[in-house]
Design a protein around this ligand. Structure first.
Ligand SMILES: NC(=O)c1ccc[n+]([C@@H]2O[C@H](COP(=O)([O-])OP(=O)(O)OC[C@H]3O[C@@H](n4cnc5c(N)ncnc54)[C@H](OP(=O)(O)O)[C@@H]3O)[C@@H](O)[C@H]2O)c1
Length: 107
């Protein structure tokens, strides 16, 4: 099982979904965030089987200012440590930076 875990918002479509696929290809565990649970669960199931990684799905509306704290609270309660995050939701500026071992590939 990989030791890195990347959180990706906007992972149910577009750039976020593609980033999720690329991180999975590099064998990072994932936490996928968006509002559409069904799409995220489908992607998670595919990536678990294809890459043997752990994928957690968390849904929430990031336009709601309380959502980020709720997400991090849920991850902390599970003892989930993030090594990287990437936001594919330009209108919500809750996490702007990206620091992770894969950085050179994506920036
Ligand atoms: N595509 C481009 O060429 C391009 C160029 C420059 C900048 N951008 C910016 O990059 C970002 C992603 O672009 P994209 O083309 O990948 O967009 P997209 O295909 O529309 O994907 C947006 C993602 O964000 C999620 N999302 C939207 N509103 C949300 C909310 N309130 N709470 C939680 N999740 C939400 C969507 O899932 P749910 O609907 O399931 O929540 C979806 O997963 C956007 O901010 C866009 O402005 C895109």
């Amino acid at each position: 099982m990989p030791t890195e875990t990347a959180l990706i918002t906007g992972a149910s479509s577009g750039i976020g979904e593609e980033l999720a696929r690329l991180f999975a290809q590099d064998r990072s565990n994932l936490v996928l965030v968006a509002r559409s649970r069904e799409k995220l669960e489908q992607l998670a199931a595919e990536l678990r089987v294809k890459h043997g990684i752990g994928v957690e799905v968390l849904t929430g509306d990031l336009a709601d200012g309380a959502t980020p704290q709720a997400i991090f609270g849920e991850l902390a309660a599970k003892g989930q440590r993030l090594t990287c995050w990437s936001t594919m939701l330009g209108s919500v500026q809750w996490v702007r930076s990206m620091t992770c071992p894969f950085r050179n590939r994506w920036t």
